[in-house]
Design a protein around this ligand. Structure first.
Ligand code: MN
Ligand code: MN
Length: 465
């Protein structure tokens, strides 16, 4: 009789398996270092995909088995497809993960001067614990698009020679009245998330200019990056923790880095699709944006982009026979892994988890039947039949997997893109990795799990149900 027992994946690994894990994670850390924003992740994914023979969709008039195709949506989504042996209309295997992460966005009119320091105002993006962002080096990434349509790429603070930015926190000697009594969510308030961008005043010929530090910074920005204060309005600039992904612990079993939610799933599913040849069913790796703020907007999963690109695939195979019902049928007969992270059992705060149902670092891919909050509200609750199929696929391929839930009943909760996939009738389940310190500037994931995710996604793409 089969009993339910999950095992720590590090036990009984052969030397060559450990070597494969370390090799894979080295490349993963590099991806995290060069992909700190959704736009950068799209660029990195496309570069690798092209090296593996993927071509943009507009180069294909017809699609046949084995074709490797990509789509880019507004530089913030990428879709990689390997066309299967069976007709696309029979259904698709989607792995969907997100490449946006919590951060601080620069406001449209950000810069001002106070106490002879130049500062920029921000608005946080996604669910952060605001206090974690003070008194640490931050890097500025993004694009500025000038009125004439010129796009300027900005990345300041990653090169050790670069300056960084920081939010000046209050010293403990003086925080008694204004800060110490605040609750944890307000240790730093939203409007206090401001960074120092300059400190040196400059004399101007125009004596009307009072803010000598601010205008010095604007002068520098103009000289060095060729944009003006007005151009901040048409920019997407964001602050992320500066620095590189690191190994954590004497045994180096954990990767610590910003943005592993959800680039851990993005990278592993990307590598999986790059490594497959003609599968039975068409395989799709879909990297989306805006998950952290509710999947809204034209680059979030609530948009109809999934329908749009799936239609583009179908019409190139079905030609004149294409119709809307074919698209709807294809979607309804498809399977998806809504690939996102889960809360790993935290030894310091075990009480928030139901330990029996919590995911753990080092136990492999996490299958999360449902998410949501209080009474499963707003969750996609995966069908038992689909969960059973996945158990079979992963067991057949000797892939370590475990189940996970996001905390105890009524402890809190959260959601993913799963419900937006299920909306089309796509068979959907949440699947991903256990993470510690989720949404912090330094998230933790087990190297064993990182590699196992890659193996799991590959099996999902190629194994028949
Ligand atoms: Mn996520
Ligand atoms: Mn998240």
């Amino acid at each position: 009789m089969e009993t339910l027992e999950f095992k720590n994946g590090w036990l009984n690994l052969k030397d060559e398996q450990i070597e494969a894990i370390n090799h894979f994670c080295k490349n993963y850390k590099h991806f995290l270092n060069i992909g700190k924003t959704e736009r950068q992740c799209v660029k990195a994914a496309i570069k690798e995909a092209e090296q593996h023979g993927f071509r943009p969709i507009n180069e294909f008039e017809e699609l046949k088995a084995g074709d490797k195709v990509y789509f880019i949506n507004r530089n913030k989504n990428v879709v990689l497809t390997v066309v299967g042996k069976r007709p696309i209309r029979d259904g698709i295997r989607y792995v969907v993960s997100h490449i946006d992460s919590p951060r601080l966005d620069i406001k449209p009119n950000p810069i001002y001067e106070k106490s002879e320091l130049a500062l920029m105002r921000t608005h946080y993006y996604g669910g952060i614990k605001k206090y974690q962002w003070a008194s640490r080096p931050l890097a500025l990434h993004g694009v500025v698009v000038t009125k004439s349509g010129r796009t300027i790429d900005i990345a300041i603070g990653e090169d050790p020679q670069d300056p960084v930015f920081t939010i000046p926190d209050l010293l403990p000697h003086l925080d008694k009245k204004v800060q110490r009594e605040r609750n944890a969510a307000e240790v730093l308030k939203g409007e206090e998330l401001q960074i120092i961008v300059g400190s040196i005043p400059m004399e101007f010929e125009d004596k009307k200019i009072k803010d000598k530090v601010k205008h010095h910074i604007l002068t520098k920005l103009h000289e060095k990056y060729d944009f003006t204060e007005a151009d901040f309005i048409s920019a997407e600039l964001m602050l992320v923790p500066a620095g590189s992904a690191r190994d954590v612990g004497i045994d180096e079993g954990i990767v610590g880095a910003y943005g592993q939610d959800d680039r851990i799933c993005a990278y592993t599913s990307l590598e999986a699709i790059l490594d497959i040849e003609t599968p039975e069913q068409t395989a799709v790796c879909f990297l989306v944006d805006k998950e952290e703020i509710g999947s809204t907007g034209s680059t979030g999963l609530e948009s109809r982009y999934l329908e749009f690109f799936t239609g583009e695939l179908l019409v190139r195979q079905a030609g004149d026979k294409y119709n809307d019902q074919m698209l709807r049928r294809c979607l309804w007969n498809s399977y998806a892994l809504s690939s996102d992270v889960n809360a790993g059992l935290n030894p310091l705060f075990e009480s928030v988890h139901d330990a029996q149902n919590a995911s753990k670092l080092g136990y492999g891919l996490v299958l999360t039947k449902y998410t949501g909050h209080g009474g499963k509200v707003a969750s996609n609750d995966a069908d038992a039949e689909y969960v059973a199929s996945l158990r079979r696929i992963f067991d057949d391929n000797e892939i370590s997997w475990q189940t996970g839930l996001l905390g105890k009943v009524d402890e809190g909760g959260g959601g993913t893109v799963a419900k937006y996939l299920a909306h089309y009738g796509i068979n959907t389940i949440d699947a991903g990795a256990a993470i510690l310190s989720m949404h912090s500037p330094f998230e933790l994931a087990s190297k064993f799990d990182i590699y196992e995710l890659y193996r799991a996604y590959k099996a999902f793409y190629i194994q028949a149900f």
